[in-house]
Design a protein around this ligand. Structure first.
Ligand SMILES: NC(=O)c1ccc[n+]([C@@H]2O[C@H](COP(=O)([O-])OP(=O)(O)OC[C@H]3O[C@@H](n4cnc5c(N)ncnc54)[C@H](OP(=O)(O)O)[C@@H]3O)[C@@H](O)[C@H]2O)c1
Length: 218
């Protein structure tokens, strides 16, 4: 998982606003690091709401390298048909649930984009990971948020590493999206521990890398 994060743990300026505004303040060396990282992975995943708000491309542009398969969980197949991820600059898989209306699925497929139904009412993320491995030969996947997807992926223990690009700002706001959304935990036994393995500067930005240790893991 890789995210750009403010000192107060936020991923964007305020609820509903694009993280691209914050990303403008990232050092170019860090943008290069982000794109080098994308190029090292077989697939990249963001939640459908990030697509709605940021209209991300998720391609490798600042370095030489192959863009990874873009994977977007979107239970009802209701992202805009004009979304940049449905363009032809990299392959894309939209993962939808069985509830997704067939005409939406057909319209996405007509754009040359793959659609897979995984899960009954919501995309079944563990099943999606198995499908990616088996049918798309994906050995490594990078998650680029947002907080709802981050929480679900952590909840299913599907994240093994977290890399943070620290942006020296405070934006505040109790409902401003932070690194992980979802449900709070009930007790300290449920805390997910992180083990710092690297910290370094990319240009003027501090970057930290952690291994994820789920409850019960040493
Ligand atoms: N700074 C950064 O690094 C960074 C990176 C990415 C995003 N962001 C920011 O994060 C914000 C958006 O975050 P968000 O939390 O609202 O949305 P999100 O995590 O991008 O997307 C969540 C959506 O994904 C869909 N989804 C489908 N199956 C799912 C599943 N099994 N588990 C989880 N989600 C599933 C759901 O929508 P459906 O009901 O349509 O299926 C869900 O609402 C934006 O402001 C964006 O700018 C920041």
């Amino acid at each position: 998982m890789m995210s750009e994060i403010t000192v107060d743990g936020k991923l964007t300026l305020k609820k509903g606003s694009s993280s691209k505004i914050l990303m403008k303040y990232m050092d170019h060396a860090t943008e290069i690091l982000l794109h080098e990282t994308r190029a090292r992975y077989d697939a990249i995943m963001v939640g459908s709401n990030t697509i709605r708000i940021d209209n991300s491309y998720l391609t490798v542009r600042y370095v030489e390298g192959k863009s990874p398969l873009r994977v977007i969980p979107c239970s009802r197949a209701d992202i805009s048909l004009d979304a940049n991820v449905l363009g032809t600059d990299a392959p894309t898989l939209i993962a939808v649930s069985e509830d997704a209306p067939e005409d939406r699925v057909r319209k996405i497929r007509e754009k040359g984009v793959n659609v897979a139904r995984v899960g009954k009412h919501q995309v079944d993320l563990p099943a999606l990971m198995r499908l990616l491995k088996k049918e798309y030969h994906i050995g490594s996947l990078m998650i680029e948020g947002g907080p709802t997807l981050n929480w679900h992926m952590l909840h299913h223990r599907l994240v093994d590493e977290i890399r943070l690009i620290h942006l020296p700002f405070i934006v505040g706001g109790s409902d401003t999206p932070s690194l992980v959304g979802g449900m709070h935990i009930e007790s300290e036994d449920e805390m997910i521990r992180l083990q710092l393995k690297k910290h370094y500067m990319a240009g003027t930005n501090l970057v930290t890398e952690y291994d994820v240790l789920y409850p019960g893991m040493q």
